[in-house]
Structures are given as C-alpha cells and as structure tokens.
Design a protein around this ligand. Structure first.
Ligand SMILES: NC(=O)c1ccc[n+]([C@@H]2O[C@H](COP(=O)([O-])OP(=O)(O)OC[C@H]3O[C@@H](n4cnc5c(N)ncnc54)[C@H](O)[C@@H]3O)[C@@H](O)[C@H]2O)c1
Length: 348
C-alpha cells in the first residue's frame, strides 16, 4: 500500500512548547510536513524555521490560515488567543491541535464544540498530562480491571513560576494574567477525570502566597480542591504556583482502588499471590519522556485523527477539555464562596 500524502501543518507560536511540537513533527518522520510557522518575534521565528526547515513564515496568523497547502494547524499562543485562533482555523477548513488550556471559558468551549460539529473538522487538545507514559501505563491497569473500582484519586501540579514569568511576561500582566484554575490546573483536572469521569461537585479553597510580587496580589495562586464524581468516587487536586518547589514531582497521580492502588510509579496489586503489600515499579515501554514524549504521542494521535476524520476517538477530545474548563470555573466560584460546593457544567 502506498504511503498517504503528508498532512501540511502550520504552527502558530515559537515558544518552547511550540519547539517541542516542531521536534515531534520531525521525529514522527512521515505524517506531517511543516509548511508554515507564525510568531511575533522575528529572531525566534527565523531561528526555528532554519532549525526545522520550515519554508514560509509570517507574523500574521490569518495569512497562515489562508494557505491551501496548510491542512492542519497547531496552536501555541498565549491562553487567551486560543479561542479566536481555533475559531478562525476551523472556519478556514483546517483541523486543529491546540495546547492546553483549550480555551479560557465554558462559553468559548461550547462555541468550539459547535464549530467543530458544523465544520466537520478535528479538534484535539494537547493535554500533556494525559499523554505521559506513566499515565498511559496507569490507564491500561485501570482499563484491564487491575485496580478494581476506584474509590479515591489525587493529582497535583506544583510549579514555582518565577523563571516561567521571566520568560513569558504575559502570564502575570493584566488584562490576560494567567488564570491558574483554568490555565494550569487543567493538567491535574484532566488527569483525574481521565480515570473518574464527570465531576458532580467541587469544593475549593485558595490563597495568594505573595512570593512573586509580579503576580497580582488580589488573585489566588494556590488551590486545594475536593471533588465528588458522578460515578461515585472522590478526588483531591492541588495546584500551587507561588512557592519554592518541594521535593515532589511537578505533576503526580495517585489512585486508590478495591483491587489495587498506585502512587506515582509504585503500585500494589491485591491479586499478587502471597504478596499483597509488595510494591513494584511500573513503566511504559519506550524511554521518550517529559514534554518531548508527551507531545510526540499526541501529535501521533492527531495524525491518526486527521486521517480518520471528524469523530475519531482520542485521549483528549475537545469535549473533555470543555468539561475541564468548567471544573476550573467551578473552582473559582467555590473559592469565592468560601469553599461552598459548586456543581460544574458537564453538559456540552
Ligand atoms: N504542558 C504543556 O502542554 C505546556 C507547557 C508550556 C506552555 N503551554 C501552553 O503553550 C502556550 C504558549 O506558551 P509559551 O510558554 O510557549 O508562551 P510564549 O510567550 O513563549 O509563546 C507564545 C507565542 O505566541 C505568539 N503570539 C502571541 N500573540 C500572537 C498573535 N497575535 N499572532 C501570532 N502569534 C502570536 C508569540 O509570538 C510567541 O511565539 C500557552 O497557552 C501555554 O499555556 C503548554
């Protein structure tokens, strides 16, 4: 059988994570040909285009979307620009892969879903936490029934933001200052809902740690969240962005079930005869880890979805990202209400 034509890819953004996407497209060596790159900083644009052999560059993203040789678009702009760029890309007939958060409000999310249906294109969200090799290994255990019924889950994303703020001032500058429950807690929310499904109720507390004066003092940067899931399990999510990084992995997943439990890389399976309390380390095959591996895997999945067309199943569809945004909104509402339970919107 002859190889299918490569998918013409346009990449918007030239930051580190856009570079990771370009690396993944090159390493995949087949499904994509990067035909256009867009960014506002001429030096970064030129350097990346040279490094990855991209033949055409622009600072004007509608010009990229107008190119007939661009079939699909990868979006890596600041969070608040995702929505207009997804909308314009879908209306231009392109398939879309967008970094997290998909968008910054549930109203925008509902519009993306309506547009995705209307245009019949694909939207995949590059939610890296779902494509981590440990997540995928844990998900296989869960799907195989090795963990039994999940009773409780815990995820966290803890990140000292000072050096990130140095590189990307848009994260602390008004009016589009980083909204942590939407723009950062999307990681641990998407991770826990991958196992527990839809959220019934959220109760959250938040504080501003005040460690970095660049982040507005009237906004929280640290959140403790309790979740009750529609399927019956319970969850706890920590998002902390204004503290010295503790001796913990930046992102982590713990699952506690009736047949097995896991904390990071360690698991205990009740079914192990004679060793019900032994821990063992699990690893997914392949050693390509961190953002490089995560982005590689979602770009590989995006290529399959583009080939299969609208409705192709993926680990991180737009509808899940919409629910993740809605949980982020419920966290903010609950914090405002002193921890009162809030039911997030789950119908999209
Ligand atoms: N784990 C992950 O998946 C992960 C990690 C880091 C960042 N991100 C996300 O990636 C996105 C970008 O973050 P970053 O750290 O690369 O930021 P950045 O500031 O380094 O890059 C943003 C890029 O967007 C471009 N841009 C801005 N306005 C534009 C416009 N009007 N038209 C065209 N291009 C425009 C800029 O020129 C720049 O190249 C954010 O949404 C962030 O949340 C995801």
């Amino acid at each position: 059988m002859s190889k299918p034509e490569p998918i013409g890819l346009g990449v918007i953004g030239t930051g580190n994570i856009a570079g990771t996407c370009l690396r993944a497209a090159k390493r995949l060596d087949g499904p994509f040909r990067v035909r256009a790159l867009c960014g506002l900083e001429a030096d970064r644009l030129e350097r990346l285009a040279r490094e990855y052999g991209v033949p055409w560059t622009t600072a004007d993203y509608p010009a990229l979307l107008a190119r007939p040789d661009v079939d699909a678009v990868a979006i890596y702009s600041p969070d608040h620009l995702h929505f207009p760029m997804i909308r314009d890309a879908l209306l231009a007939g392109k398939d879309v892969v967008v970094t997290k958060p998909m968008v910054i409000s549930s109203e925008e999310a509902a519009e993306v879903l309506a547009l995705e249906r209307r245009t019949g294109r694909v939207v995949l969200v590059g939610e890296t936490s779902r494509y981590d090799h440990r997540t995928l290994a844990a998900h296989r255990l869960f799907q195989d029934g090795d963990l039994g019924r999940l009773i409780f889950g815990e995820t966290h994303y803890v990140h000292d933001m000072r050096t990130v703020f140095d590189q990307t001032p848009w994260r602390y500058q008004e009016p589009h200052v980083k909204d942590f429950p939407i723009g950062s807690m999307c990681h641990p929310i998407a991770l826990i809902t991958m196992f527990f499904g839809d959220v019934a109720e959220v109760s959250a507390f938040g504080i501003n740690g005040g460690m970095d004066p660049r982040y507005p003092a009237n906004r929280e940067d640290t959140f403790l969240v309790n979740l009750r899931f529609q399927g019956g399990g319970l969850g706890r999510v920590l998002g902390a962005y204004g503290l010295v990084h503790p001796p913990l992995p930046m992102e982590a997943l713990s699952l506690f079930g009736t047949k097995g439990s896991l904390v990071n890389n360690d698991i205990i399976l009740d079914k192990m005869p004679g060793h019900p309390t032994a821990t063992l380390q699990y690893r997914a095959e392949g050693g390509y880890d961190g953002h490089n591996g995560q982005v590689y895997r979602y770009m590989e999945e995006f290529a399959r979805c583009v080939r299969e067309g609208h409705g192709a199943p993926s680990l991180s569809p737009a509808v899940d990202a919409a629910k993740t945004v809605a949980v982020g909104e419920a966290i903010k509402q609950s914090v405002k209400a002193g921890g009162a339970p809030v039911r997030p919107r789950m119908e999209f």
